[in-house]
Design a protein around this ligand. Structure first.
Ligand code: NAD
Length: 411
């Protein structure tokens, strides 16, 4: 199924509950602007290479559009379109004053040198610098992009528009970034997992967690939940994974990944496991934190975890979601579960604009408060209306965007 189709199915379920008119649905589903640009660079070898860059600005009814930039071979316009809409509902669920956007370049960053990635990034900014900015659309990291990429974006944007650190978030702390942004998505996934466990009346210490993906989101989720005395029993990345029923020493995993370019292969402290087996492994909480579309109708029946927390964007296809629901598996949806990243990005933007710095404790405190309030709202709506958490989260998000659209006026 196409990524944008999946997002629309979830949107429709909420729109039915909210009784939204056909006209309003059409308005909310249509992207404000979609761009596709050519990115030619000279490779280190002297060869010419040309790539395609995408930016979809979905909706700005509640504020400047906000969303990550992805470097991954599977990036295409449809994926970016689906993820941009997801950002609109996500910023609205946590009630931060942003709309939604997303961008990407269809490359495998592992196959390029840092200098080549820098050239790709700067050429992309050259092509779209008039279309984004602090009050319009603010990119951030996503799969395959790091703080370095965000620093190049800020620097290149500044060549056209002057010093504007708030034009992009997720920058390195030493270059106008903020303490606490890098860990924020994983911290949010972890803290919301604990809230969900408590609401479901489950004991936290010893909870067995399996995490797919050990990049920014997966590794910080593992660390947070390990610190909360959960047992991380399975982890994986693009090269495969590992199982350890007694639980990993997460610091050892982090040290290994750090020493091996972020990768897990070669780790000696667990039994090898495929990504397919990880999804079906015996655990209490499954956290997909890598690619989208990994939980499908074909494997949803084999998932043993009673709880799925979506660290990744769009990891569950709608058919699979229905199967999980019918099996009584509780799913904490992406637009709430991984909203910690965009929330901390907002803190970075606020601090950049004020030329002021908060300490890490304030960042964590505000993050936990905002996510906690959003979780309670979604939980109450889900219980009150007897709808899954995903539908409730979409109802909160879509409802807020629809109200802002009416209040702002259309003419
Ligand atoms: P990342 O690039 O830091 O890490 C991605 C991880 O996924 C790596 O460990 C990689 O090896 C692994 N991976 C890639 N292909 C895989 C495959 N086929 N099977 C298993 N693992 C695979 O990316 P990230 O920032 O951690 O993002 C992960 C997910 O979280 C994405 O869906 C992204 O959209 C979402 N997300 C990220 C943020 C953020 O702040 N970084 C915020 C919200 C949502």
């Amino acid at each position: 199924m196409r990524a944008s189709e999946a997002t629309q199915i979830y949107f429709d379920r909420a729109a039915d509950q909210l009784d939204l008119s056909t006209d309003m649905r059409r308005l909310l589903l249509t992207a404000k602007r979609e761009v596709q640009v050519q990115i030619p660079i000279e490779r280190d070898s002297g060869e010419l290479a040309t790539f395609i860059g995408y930016r979809v600005q979905h909706n700005d009814a509640r504020g400047p559009m906000k969303g990550g930039l992805r470097y991954h071979p599977q990036v295409d316009l449809d994926e970016v379109r689906g993820l941009a809409a997801l950002m609109t509902w996500k910023t609205a669920v946590v009630d931060i004053p942003y709309g939604g956007a997303k961008g990407g370049v269809a490359i495998d960053p592992a196959r390029f040198s840092q200098r080549e990635l820098e050239r790709i990034t700067r050429r992309f900014v050259d092509a779209i610098h008039d279309l984004f900015g602090p009050d319009v659309d603010i990119p951030a990291p996503d799969m395959g992009t790091t703080g370095d990429v965000m620093a190049w974006i800020m620097n290149q944007y500044g060549k056209y528009h002057g010093f504007s650190p708030a034009c992009v978030t997720g920058k390195p702390v030493e270059y106008h970034g903020i303490a606490g942004r890098e860990e924020a998505t994983g911290r949010g996934v972890g803290s919301l997992t604990l809230k969900l466990l408590s609401r479901l009346g489950r004991r936290i210490p010893g909870t067995r967690v399996a995490i797919q993906g050990f990049g920014n989101v997966g590794s910080h989720t593992a660390k947070f939940l390990h610190d909360a005395e959960c047992r991380i029993v399975a982890v994986s990345d693009a090269g495969g994974g590992f199982l350890r029923t007694e639980g990993f020493d997460v610091l050892e995993l982090l040290r290994h990944a750090h020493a091996h370019g972020g990768r897990l292969d070669g780790f000696k402290g667990g039994d090898p496991l495929t990504n397919a087996d990880l999804l079906a492994c015996d655990c209490d909480v499954l956290v997909p934190a890598a690619l989208g579309g990994v939980i499908t109708a074909a494997n949803a029946g084999s998932i043993k975890a009673p709880i799925v927390v979506e660290g990744a964007n769009a990891p569950t296809e709608p058919d699979a979601d229905a199967i999980l629901d019918s099996r009584g598996i509780v799913v904490l949806p992406d637009i709430l579960a991984n909203a910690g990243g965009v929330t901390a990005s907002w803190f970075e933007w606020v601090q950049n604009r004020q030329h002021y710095q908060w300490g890490i404790n304030r960042v964590r405190q505000e993050l936990d408060r905002i996510l906690g309030e959003a979780f309670e709202q979604v939980w109450q709506l889900s219980s009150g209306r007897r709808v899954p958490l995903r539908t409730a989260a979409y109802m909160v998000g879509v409802g807020r965007v629809a109200r802002a659209t009416v209040l702002g006026g259309i003419a």
